[in-house]
Design a binder for this molecule. Structure first.
Ligand code: PLP
Length: 483
C-alpha cells in the first residue's frame, strides 16, 4: 500500500510485480470495504446537502495528473479530505428531495464485481453472462411489476439502459420506426408528433429533440385537477393534428409524474392510441416500484396494450444509479430501428443469443444487471414489498400531519411516497422554509411548482429512512415556518 507501483514498472511487470499489485489491491480493497461499512453507519450524521461552494473542489485538486503513480493511501486520504465534503448524501435517511435512490449494500458489491470483470456485452459472444443474466433478471423484475410474460407474441422484452431519459428516447425511436419506417434512412420529415402531459418529465421533450422529431412537435396535453393527463384533450389534439396532415407517432403516459406523482389514465390512453395506431410509452420511472405491491398493481391497468415502459431500479428499488429497465412488447421494432452491424461484429444468428448492441444506441453494454440481481436476491420480494409499504405508509402519516396543521395545506393527492404541500403564505415564504430546512444539514427537501405556486415536496424512498426521520423533517419545517 505504501509503495506505489510506477506505471513504468507495470508496463513490463514481472510476475513478482504483478503479485505485489494484487496484494496491494487486496489490502486497499479490504480497507475500502471497511470504509464503506463505516460510511453506512455514519451517513445519518453527515450533512445531507454538500456544504461546499461552487469551484471549491475543482480548485483544491491538482491541475494535472501525477507523472508517477501514487499509493492507495494517498488516494483514500484525498478522497476523505477533498471529495467527501463535496458529496450530497443520496444514501442519507433524511434525503427527502426529488426521488430518493439508495446504494444498498448488495448493489455496491455487485458493482464492484461488475467493475472487476469489466466484461462488455456488445453481442452475446463478447459476454454471454451479461446478455443472459440481464434477460433473466429483467424477467424476474417483469414478473414483480406484473407485465405480460411467457413465450407468446405479446411477451415483454427487457433491456437495461443507463437512465430513464435514454429509455424514453429509445421508445420515441420505436414510435418513429412503427409510424414512419422511412425515417431510419431519410430522417424525420417534421410531420411526426408526440403527446405527453404538461406534467411529464423533461426527458420526453429532450427525446423528441434528440430523435429529430422536434420540440415544436411535442404536444403538452393539459391535466385535470389531480395533475393527470386529460384523455379528452389528448383525443382532440390527435384528431386536430391528423386533420392538418401531421402523423401522430407516440403518446407518453406517466405513472407517477415527477412533481406530484400523478397517474395518467393509461387504460383510456391505450384505447385512443389503438384507434390511431400510435405507440404508447409508459414512464413509470419512479412509481413502477409501487406496482410490485398487489394493492397498487392497478396503477398499470392497461399496460398490456401499451408498447413500452420504463422503470428505474435506481429510484425506489434500492439500486444505485444507473439502472433503467426498458421493456417493450415489440422488440422486433426496437431491433429494426437500431440493428446495424459492422463487419467486424458479425456473428452467427441464434434465436437464444441476444446481441444487445442491436437494441439501442450504445454498442458497449455494462454488466449493470449484476447489481440488480444481487438486490433482488438479497431483499427478496417479501422484504422489498415491506420496505415499499413502509415508505407509502409514512408518506400517508406525514400527509395527515400536514392536513392537521392549519398553517399548511396539501396541494396534490399522495398516492405513493411523495407529499406535496405548502405553507399558507407567499411563494417567498415557502422558498424561505425550504432554504432554512435544507441549511440545517439534517434534512433535504425539494420544491416544485403546482398550479403556478411554489410548493414543498417530501419524497420518502431510502432504505435507511425510519419514521423518526420523517418526524424530524416535519418538526424542522414547522420551526422554519415559526409555527
Ligand atoms: N421520468 C420521470 C417520471 C422522472 O421523475 C425522472 C427523474 O426524476 C426521469 C424520467 C428521468 O430519470 P433519469 O435521471 O433516469 O433519466
Amino acid at each position: 500500500m505504501n509503495k506505489p507501483i510506477h506505471s513504468k514498472e507495470l508496463a513490463a511487470s514481472t510476475p513478482e510485480q504483478w503479485q505485489e499489485y494484487v496484494a496491494d489491491f487486496r489490502r486497499a480493497g479490504h480497507e475500502t470495504v471497511d470504509w464503506v461499512a463505516n460510511y453506512f453507519n455514519s451517513v445519518a450524521e453527515m450533512p445531507v446537502l454538500a456544504r461546499t461552494k461552487p469551484g471549491e473542489l475543482f480548485d483544491a485538486l491538482p491541475v494535472s495528473a501525477p507523472g508517477q503513480g501514487e499509493t492507495y493511501d494517498a488516494m483514500l486520504r484525498d478522497f476523505d479530505k477533498l471529495v467527501m465534503p463535496a458529496v450530497t448524501q443520496w444514501n442519507h435517511p433524511r434525503f427527502f428531495a426529488y426521488f430518493a435512490c439508495t446504494g444498498s449494500a448488495p448493489a455496491v458489491l455487485g458493482e464492484m464485481l461488475a467493475a472487476a470483470l469489466n466484461t462488455n456485452g456488445l453481442h452475446w459472444k463478447t459476454s454471454p453472462a451479461v446478455a443472459e443474466l440481464e434477460q433473466r433478471t429483467l424477467d424476474w423484475l417483469r414478473q414483480w411489476l406484473g407485465l405480460p410474460g411467457g413465450d407468446g407474441k405479446d411477451a415483454w422484452f427487457g433491456i437495461v439502459y443507463d437512465t430513464a431519459s435514454t429509455s424514453s428516447m429509445h421508445a420515441i425511436v420505436c414510435a418513429r420506426e412503427m409510424v414512419a419506417p422511412e425515417a431510419r434512412r431519410q430522417g424525420s420529415r417534421g410531420d411526426l408528433t408526440v403527446y405527453t402531459s404538461e406534467h411529464s418529465h423533461s426527458s420526453i421533450e429532450k427525446g423528441a429533440i434528440a430523435v429529430g422529431i422536434g420540440q415544436d412537435n411535442v404536444r403538452k396535453v393539459p391535466v385535470d385537477v389531480n395533475f393527470a393527463m386529460r384523455a379528452d384533450a389528448l383525443a382532440k389534439m390527435i384528431e386536430d393534428d391528423k386533420a392538418s396532415g401531421k402523423r401522430p407517432a407516440c403518446i407518453v403516459a406517466t405513472i407517477g409524474t415527477t412533481s406530484s406523482t400523478s397517474i395518467d389514465p393509461l387504460a383510456t390512453i391505450v384505447e385512443i392510441a389503438e384507434k390511431h395506431n400510435v405507440w404508447v410509452h409508459v414512464d413509470a420511472a419512479y412509481a413502477g416500484a409501487a406496482a410490485i405491491l398487489p394493492e397498487h398493481r392497478h396503477i398499470l391497468a392497461g399496460v398490456e396494450r401499451a408498447h413500452s415502459l420504463v422503470f428505474n431500479a435506481h429510484k425506489w428499488l434500492l439500486t444505485p444509479i444507473d439502472l433503467s429497465a426498458f421493456y417493450t412488447r415489440r422488440p422486433d421494432i426496437l431491433r429494426r430501428a437500431f440493428a446495424l452491424t459492422p463487419d467486424y461484429l458479425k456473428t452467427q444468428d441464434d434465436p437464444r443469443a441476444h446481441n444487445l448492441m442491436d437494441y439501442g444506441v450504445p454498442l458497449g453494454h455494462r454488466f449493470r444487471a449484476l447489481k440488480l440481481w444481487f438486490v433482488m436476491r438479497y431483499f427478496g420480494r417479501e422484504r422489498m414489498e415491506a420496505i415499499l409499504r413502509s415508505h407509502i405508509e409514512w408518506a400517508q402519516k406525514f400527509a395527515a400531519l400536514v392536513d392537521a396543521q392549519p398553517g399548511f395545506e396539501r396541494v396534490a393527492p399522495a398516492p405513493f411516497s411523495v407529499v406535496c404541500f405548502r405553507f399558507k403564505g407567499s411563494d417567498q415564504q415557502n422558498q424561505a422554509i425550504q432554504d432554512k430546512v435544507n441549511q440545517s444539514g439534517r434534512v433535504f427537501i425539494s420544491g416544485t411548482v403546482l398550479n403556478g405556486k411554489f410548493v414543498l415536496r417530501l419524497a420518502i424512498g431510502n432504505l435507511a429512512t425510519q419514521w423518526k426521520d420523517v418526524e424530524e423533517a416535519w418538526k424542522l419545517i414547522l420551526k422554519a415556518a415559526e409555527l
